[in-house]
Write a protein that binds this ligand. Sequence first.
Ligand SMILES: [Zn+2]
Ligand SMILES: [Zn+2]
Length: 262
Amino acid sequence: MIYLTGDVHHAYRRNLEQRYSDKSEVQLALEYAVIAEKHGLKATLFCTGKTVEQEPDKMRELASRANVELGGHTYSAFESIPKEVKYLLGKIWGCSYGPRFIQERDISKTISAMKKIDVDISSWRTHAFSSNNVTQTLLADKGIMVLSDYINRKQTKPYKKNNLIHLPINTIVDHDSLLHAHVTEGSGPVGSQNNPGGLSAGEYLNILCAQVKEINEQKGDAVILCHPMCMHTLDGFDTFRLLCDYLSQYDSLFAREAIIHG
Ligand SMILES: [Zn+2]
Ligand SMILES: [Zn+2]
């Protein structure tokens, strides 16, 4: 079993990668969804609330696709919070999503934005994996059922905690490991065991496919985070097509389906 997921951000000035594309992330998400569909794959796309404000028609189109589930990804991806303040929030609250009242307002704004295109979201991923226990309680109170946050290679089955089904990402993350767009040798995020940095497209694809295979051999569920924007700036979706071709041998689920399956 696999869960193919991607994060979709509205256009904002501080996003370096968007400078490498003449298309919006929402437009790219549509192209991504079409490719996934050609390979019989469902995709869960976690979108910021502001995508709806900026591109309501394209977001409606995305939401109407049978192979797409839309989830929440914060309202504005913290675009207006300076890096230093984010750092302080992390220090003070142990979470750069900030104190309860800020989180609550942000989650409500995101849910309301999605309602404008008649989408009731059930799934959530906090931008930059910034959630904590407070976030989880708030999300459950507001009707969110599935949280796909954090990276945990060892967690190969969904599990229940704080009234949410957790679906951690258990495979290599494209943005953190691939040489693409502004992420060049030495400039990218520091490599870790989960996400070795500086990989070529081929190396990334080999690692990801091997991980998906291994998890499925152990009867686990592979949770994949593959961003429309990263796949586009890497090579115009060539690697993503190869990935989808490989993944097509597995059954895919929406994040919200982890409620039944998990
Ligand atoms: Zn994000
Ligand atoms: Zn990227």
